[in-house]
Write a protein that binds this ligand. Structure first.
Ligand SMILES: [Cu+2]
Length: 194
């Protein structure tokens, strides 16, 4: 067996030496070895790639429920949110709300935030928020009635807030923008769903 292999490699080297006469005989042999090694690796990396893709797909499946524990709400230059209801799955321990401002106006004139509080607390949250002023994002510091809130953003900006869904356990909840004058148009319900 060894003799047979030796014979073959000798033949290969001999062949290489003959066909590549001007070049040093060793170089084509080394190149051949390299390309052999590369082609030998090809099937191996292919078989590795398949399970990796499956694993990625499995990870995406696993991430799907987590993806449902988040929502993106858009706001615009016309003083509107793009939804009147934020649905929060009871299966979610934490929930994230991303507020996007798809408009172009600055936050001084068309700023938006998204504040979540109990429905009956919202009036007080509004009043104290407006009193707190723009530097406080129209949110009273340390307001315990607020379940969660984003910062005040202008056109092209976004902000995300994540909160514990256990905070939605008692009563009914609303979300609103507390920028002065926006609450009437920019508000909706936060609903716990199965
Ligand atoms: Cu607003």
């Amino acid at each position: 067996m060894k003799a047979y292999l030796a014979l073959i490699s000798a033949a290969v080297i001999g062949l290489a030496a003959c066909s590549q006469e001007p070049a040093p005989a060793e170089q084509p042999a080394a190149e051949a070895a390299a390309s052999e090694a590369a082609s030998a690796e090809m099937p191996a990396s292919e078989t590795e790639a398949a399970p990796a893709a499956e694993a990625e797909a499995a990870a995406a499946d696993a991430a799907a429920p987590a993806g449902d524990c988040a929502v993106t709400v858009e706001s615009n230059d016309n003083m509107q949110f793009n939804t009147k209801d934020i649905q929060v799955s009871k299966a979610c321990k934490e929930f994230s709300v991303t507020l996007k401002h798809t408009g172009t106006q600055p936050k001084a004139s068309m700023g938006h935030n998204l504040v979540i509080a109990k429905a009956e607390d919202m009036d007080g949250v509004f009043k104290d928020g407006v009193g707190a002023g723009p530097d406080a994002d129209y949110i009273k510091a340390g307001d315990e009635r607020i379940v969660a809130h984003t910062k005040l953003i202008g056109g092209g900006e976004e902000d995300t807030v994540t909160f514990d869904t256990a905070k939605l356990a008692e009563g009914s909840y609303k979300f609103a923008c507390t920028f002065p004058g926006h609450g009437a148009l920019m508000s909706g319900t936060v609903t716990l769903v199965d």
